[in-house]
Design a protein around this ligand. Structure first.
Ligand SMILES: [Zn+2]
Length: 75
């Protein structure tokens, strides 16, 4: 028998890392470390959201999309 027996696997609190600064996240601002990082992430989400919305508007390549430079003779 081994004298030194490893302790059984117990439910250790998952120490998530802040996706912004990769610091240990706090329980108050999971999965972020501070409110600041949480806001940064939120801002990114909002920005991306707006981007997608605006991109969905003028996204018509099939309908009359002439590229300047490409000289092709149709016919
Ligand atoms: Zn952080």
């Amino acid at each position: 028998m081994t004298d030194k027996s490893l302790p059984p696997l117990r439910a250790v609190r998952i120490m998530a890392k802040c996706p912004i600064c990769e610091r240990t996240a706090t329980t108050d601002y999971q999965p972020f470390c501070t409110k600041r990082c949480a806001n940064i992430d939120l801002g990114r989400w909002l920005k991306e959201g707006y981007r997608v919305e605006t991109e969905e508007g003028p996204a018509d390549d099939e309908d009359g999309g002439r590229e300047p430079g490409s000289t092709r003779q149709a016919g």
